[in-house]
Design a protein around this ligand. Structure first.
Ligand code: SF4
Length: 354
């Protein structure tokens, strides 16, 4: 299905060849604006490009307006049922709102929201979650939950298309991988609107990372998805990190350093697990796509990490440093951090002057 072109959401392009965007959602409530700003700044530093926030009370409009104004990332207000909240979020300057056009209270309220959306140039995200499918929707799909999910999104989309509105981002999410994949495949085969993808309520860090990676891996490798969120019971910055790692694994985007490290075994001569953590702050300052390797021994290390821009491998008497598989020297382990830092500086200075 062809694309309907990219959306511009608070200056951020989505779809039609734009990089696949990495989203998160504020875990801090708007009632704590300082906390929200702290979280937004941390998300921004981690590479997050779009943030959703729950907007639940009209009283918070001045707070929302302040946060929108100061936020380094565009905000999307998440609205349930109340069209006044949608209007208020738009008045507060949100470049996007997530609503269900079918439950805003009828034709009048819907027209009001669409009028305001047109006026402000905002983007509407619409969509359905597996958990909110009703019996009628499931029966109409013959019990096929993925189909029911896709049809639930189509119902909402039709409401907008009938009124000539197309500036939409679609989403069909479930905590079940198969259901989410099927719904998104159906929608993407029928429409060309930009799609937000994710596995919802995916679980704690480890479990959720696996489930999201499997689901998003299938969809993204089929070219489905223009923005993604990894939903984890963990800080938003972890969601963003996992999101980029999924994109990197598929060769779709680079963000920050790329790690190669061995799982260690009885041959190890350095404590890889500890060194990875100690070198992490250095790695966080490296340019996109720079590959840093930490390997336990010289037997397999340099060969298996031959492509690394810089690598460390345990060796008799300490560790050896290597660059693109070529050894640079061997030193005692006490000098590891300092030598890595120095080698990184040399490489990066050379890159800048080349
Ligand atoms: Fe074991 Fe060496 Fe391979 Fe690490 S690099 S897993 S220590 S053989």
């Amino acid at each position: 299905m062809g694309s309907h072109g990219s959306l511009l959401l608070g200056g951020l392009s989505i779809g039609a060849g734009s990089p696949i965007r990495v989203e998160s959602m504020l875990k801090t409530p708007l009632a704590d604006p300082e906390g929200c700003m702290e979280e937004l700044n941390a998300l921004h530093a981690s590479g997050c490009e779009l943030v959703r926030t729950a907007y639940t009370s009209l009283d918070q409009e001045p707070i929302l307006a302040r946060v929108v104004e100061k936020s380094p990332i565009p905000l999307m207000a998440d609205i349930h049922f109340n069209h006044r909240l949608a209007l208020s979020a738009l008045t507060a300057g949100c470049p996007s709102v997530r609503v269900n056009p079918g439950n805003l209270g009828g034709e009048g309220p819907l027209r009001e929201v669409l009028g305001e959306v047109e006026k402000t140039g905002a983007v509407l995200r619409i969509g359905a979650n597996g958990g909110s499918l009703n019996r009628g929707q499931l029966e109409r799909a013959g019990g096929d939950r993925g189909l029911a999910l896709a049809q639930a999104v189509e119902e909402q989309l039709r409401v907008l298309l009938d009124r000539g509105f197309e500036r939409v981002l679609l989403s069909a999410k479930s905590s079940d991988v198969g259901e989410t994949v099927r719904a998104n495949q159906l929608l993407s085969s029928r429409y060309g609107y930009p799609m937000h993808v994710g596995i919802t309520e995916a679980g704690p860090l480890e479990e959720g990372t696996v489930r999201s990676s499997v689901g998003l891996g299938i969809l993204l490798s089929q070219g489905i998805g223009d923005t993604l969120r990894v939903s984890l019971s963990a800080p938003g910055v972890r969601e963003v990190r996992v999101g980029y790692e999924i994109l990197r694994s598929l060769g779709l985007r680079e963000r920050g350093a790329h790690w190669v490290s061995c799982p260690t075994c009885g041959r190890r001569r350095i404590e890889v697990l500890q060194w990875v953590e100690r070198l992490r702050p250095l790695a966080e300052r490296l340019p996109d796509g720079f590959t840093l390797a930490v390997m336990g021994c010289e037997v397999n290390g340099p060969r298996e990490a031959a492509g690394a821009d810089l690598g460390v491998a345990g060796a008799p008497g300490g560790f050896l440093l290597f660059r693109k598989g070529v050894p640079l020297g061997t030193w005692p382990v006490e000098e590891l951090e300092e030598r890595v830092q120095k080698a990184l500086e040399d490489i990066l200075i050379r890159r800048c002057t080349d």
